[in-house]
Write a new protein. Structure first.
Length: 279
């Protein structure tokens, strides 16, 4: 294996933003715990001159080459170079496009960055992001009924990052913290349209995350109910009681990443939308 130490070079060549390549490459690279990828990302490669620079860098640091290029001349040169210096290359979207063509019986348009056009779906995502930023952390609770999803939970259950991730998928998401001693906003008790999801985690996990948070802030954590085992357990129990009282969906995020939590919420949201279709 042509690696140096415990790392290897990974070249990602795209004629658009490179997001697709990065996502696929990192998903695969994560399966190899003992070796790390040194990423070389080349977005917006659309001319022979731009490709020249990419080929020079690939030759200087040989490794795996993944690409999403549509221009056949560029693809031909890239593949020829990789073959000449004996390194592997693969088109990430090529096989998928061939499958689509075979099934649909139609050729592709060859539009670079076609997934980033300014269409209705794009503006829906922008609207969702604007809404989510305005309704973060319990702000402007009078507008909660306009949400698609409302996340509730005690501190450090990843409400804000999950909300932003969902907004990037076009889901208008608000989040409201459950804080000991502070009454629940009455607007939260009477919601009809939004899906309300209560995020939970074990006291042990919450204490660990909160301690790290306090350390990063340089805060004094002595005699602090914020990380007291019994106080945190009481918070979690109270949150679960509220969830049962108001029939909120519940989701344990103890061992979930932000992406996994968002995916679970999106499934709950999609299932709820399907159930409402006959109405």
């Amino acid at each position: 294996m042509p690696t140096t130490g415990n790392y290897f070079h990974l070249h990602l060549v795209s004629d658009s933003t490179g997001e697709t390549l990065i996502t696929v490459a990192r998903a695969v690279a994560a399966q190899y715990a003992n070796v790390s990828a040194v990423e070389h990302v080349y977005p917006l490669v659309r001319s022979q001159k731009q490709l020249d620079r990419v080929l020079d860098e690939i030759e200087e640091a040989p490794g795996i080459v993944l690409f999403t290029l549509l221009e056949k001349d560029l693809v031909g040169r890239l593949e020829a170079k990789c073959k000449a210096i004996n390194i592997p290359s693969l088109s990430i979207i090529g096989p998928v496009m061939q499958l689509f063509e075979a099934y649909l019986g139609a050729a592709t348009t060859g539009r670079v960055g076609a997934q980033h056009v300014l269409n209705a779906e794009y503006f829906k995502r922008i609207d969702a992001l604007n809404y989510t930023m305005i309704h973060d952390d319990g702000q402007h609770v009078e507008g909660l009924e306009d949400a698609d999803v409302v996340l509730v939970g005690v501190s450090r259950t990843s409400k804000t990052p999950t909300s932003i991730y969902l907004a990037n998928r076009g889901i208008r998401t608000a989040n409201v913290p459950l804080v000991p001693g502070i009454p629940l906003p009455h607007q939260l008790e009477t919601l009809k349209k939004p899906l309300v999801v209560s995020l939970h985690a074990t006291p042990e996990r919450l204490i660990q995350v909160r301690q790290n948070r306090l350390l990063s802030m340089g805060a004094d954590s002595s005699n602090d109910d914020y990380i007291d085992r019994q106080a945190v357990a009481d918070e979690v129990a109270h949150a679960r009681r509220l969830s049962a009282k108001f029939s909120w969906a519940q989701l344990d995020v103890t061992r979930r990443s932000i992406e996994e939590t968002a995916a679970a919420v999106m499934k709950l949201y999609t299932d709820r939308q399907r159930q409402r279709l006959p109405e």
